[in-house]
Design a protein around this ligand. Structure first.
Ligand SMILES: NC(=O)c1ccc[n+]([C@@H]2O[C@H](COP(=O)([O-])OP(=O)(O)OC[C@H]3O[C@@H](n4cnc5c(N)ncnc54)[C@H](O)[C@@H]3O)[C@@H](O)[C@H]2O)c1
Length: 250
C-alpha cells in the first residue's frame, strides 16, 4: 500500500483508462476523487473504489468550463484535503466529427484543444500551489502516441497531445526543486469507449500496425500511472512512457 495517506484526483474517470487508473491508485492505498461529465459512469467507478476500502469522492464536472473546474477542486479540498497526485486523463478526439484539416470547424478545434490541453493546465493550476508549499506532488497526464505518429483527420488531437509533452517538460523544470514530479503517459490503441466507437476497418488497420498484435487494456495504462505515482518514481520527472505494444517502432 505505497500510497497510504495520499489523496489522488483522476479526471475522465467514468470509464476506460481513467476508471482503471482511479481503481489502481485506490488499490495502492490512496483516497481518490474522480471527475467526469458522465454521472452514471462516475457512480459505477465510485462503487468500485469503495470496494477497496478507500474513500472516494465523485464530482460531476465539465472540464471545458473553468468555473466548474475551480468549484470541483474546492469541493475536493473540503472533503479529502490537499491533493498529492493528479492524473489529468480526460480527453479524446472529436468523436464522430474528425475531419481533414481544411474541413475541421473552428469550434471543433477549440473543443479538442480545450479538453485535451487547456483543461490539463487548468486542473494542474488548481493543485500546483499546494504541492509546492508541501514539497510533494505527482502530476501525471495521459497524452497519446498520436503526439508522435499523427494521423489524417487528427491534426487538432495530435497537436493537443504533443502540447501536453511540452507542458510536462517545462512544468517539470519549473517545479523540480519542490519535489513535485511531472510526467506523461502515451498510450497506443487501448480498448475503451474511444476504440468501441471506431469503424471496424479502422480497428483492423490499427491491429495490423501493432507489433504485439492486440489492443492494450486500460489496466496496462493504470500500471504506468501507478509507477509514476509510486515512491519508486521519486527521481523521474519531465518524461513520458509509451505504452503502445511497440506500435511507434515502425
Ligand atoms: N483509448 C485509446 O486508444 C487512447 C489512446 C491514446 C490516448 N488516449 C487518451 O486516454 C484518455 C482516456 O480516454 P479513454 O480511452 O479511457 O476513453 P473514454 O471515452 O473511456 O474516457 C474519456 C472520459 O473523459 C470524459 N470526458 C470527456 N469530455 C469531458 C469533459 N468535457 N468534462 C469531463 N469529462 C469529460 C468522458 O466522459 C469519459 O469518461 C484520453 O485523454 C484519451 O485521449 C486513449
Amino acid at each position: 500500500m505505497s500510497l497510504e495517506n495520499k489523496t489522488a484526483v483522476v479526471t475522465g474517470a467514468a470509464s476506460g483508462i481513467g476508471r482503471a487508473s482511479a481503481l489502481r491508485l485506490a488499490q495502492d492505498g490512496a483516497d481518490v476523487a474522480v471527475i467526469d461529465l458522465n454521472e452514471t459512469g462516475l457512480e459505477e467507478t465510485r462503487q468500485l473504489i469503495r470496494g477497496t476500502g478507500r474513500s472516494c469522492l465523485a464530482v460531476q464536472a465539465d472540464l471545458l468550463d473553468r468555473d466548474s473546474i475551480s468549484a470541483t477542486f474546492e469541493e475536493i479540498a473540503n472533503n479529502l484535503g490537499p491533493v498529492d497526485i493528479l492524473h489529468n486523463n480526460a480527453g479524446g478526439p472529436a468523436r464522430g466529427r474528425t475531419r481533414s484539416f481544411p474541413n475541421a470547424t473552428l469550434e471543433q478545434w477549440d473543443e479538442v484543444l480545450t479538453l485535451n490541453l487547456r483543461s490539463v493546465a487548468d486542473c494542474t493550476r488548481e493543485v500546483i500551489g499546494g504541492m509546492k508549499e508541501r514539497r510533494y506532488g505527482r502530476i501525471i497526464t495521459t497524452a497519446s502516441e498520436q503526439a508522435f505518429r499523427g494521423g489524417p483527420g487528427f491534426t487538432d488531437y495530435s497537436a493537443a497531445k504533443a502540447g501536453i509533452l511540452g507542458f510536462t517538460r517545462s512544468l517539470a523544470l519549473e517545479i523540480a526543486r519542490y519535489n513535485v514530479t511531472v510526467n506523461a503517459i502515451c498510450p497506443g490503441v487501448i480498448k475503451t469507449g474511444i476504440t468501441d466507437n471506431m469503424p471496424e476497418e479502422h480497428i483492423n488497420a490499427s491491429l495490423a500496425s501493432i507489433p504485439m498484435g492486440r489492443m492494450g487494456e486500460p489496466e496496462e495504462i493504470a500500471h504506468a500511472v501507478s509507477f509514476f505515482a509510486s515512491p519508486g518514481a521519486s527521481y523521474v520527472t519531465g518524461t513520458y512512457l509509451l505504452v503502445a505494444g511497440g506500435r511507434t517502432l515502425h
